[in-house]
Design a protein around this ligand. Structure first.
Ligand SMILES: [Zn+2]
Length: 133
């Protein structure tokens, strides 16, 4: 994929997530659909961080499962996962890189310097974040 489309209200929600859970990381999933090389996000769904820390996160398994059902009900899919970096930049940490290799999906990171997208494709690659209305 080359880009991910997030609406203005999604971006606002993601930035709120960052501040709300500081100093811990916040996390959640992105629900939407894939279209050629783009990912169109329709729902940003916060999920409880079951292992709160300022260095890593763990999606609560029950809420993660419910998110899969919700996506399915809406005729969409989970197209990505997001988490916040309350004290660092929006680039993958060593822990993130390892996790990305194990969970190969779009990764959106909300950091102090903005929001960036990444995917694992034999190494970490950037996915452009496009803000849409
Ligand atoms: Zn991270």
């Amino acid at each position: 994929m080359t880009d991910v489309q997030l609406r203005k209200d999604h971006i606002k929600l993601l930035n709120n997530e960052l501040t709300l859970h500081t100093p811990d990381e916040a996390c959640g999933v992105l629900i939407g659909r894939k279209e050629q090389s783009s990912i169109i996000v329709k729902i940003v769904l916060p999920i409880k961080n079951s292992r709160p820390s300022d260095r890593s996160f763990e999606l609560d398994s029950k809420e993660h499962y419910e998110a899969w059902n919700r996506a399915d009900e809406e005729g969409m899919e989970i197209v990505g996962v997001y988490h916040t970096h309350p004290r660092s930049k929006a680039s993958p940490s060593a822990w993130d890189r390892e996790s990305m290799e194990n969970y190969q999906i779009l990764w959106v990171i909300v950091g102090v310097d903005g929001i960036n997208g990444f995917e694992w494709d034999s190494c970490v690659k950037s996915v452009e974040v496009i803000e849409v209305d």
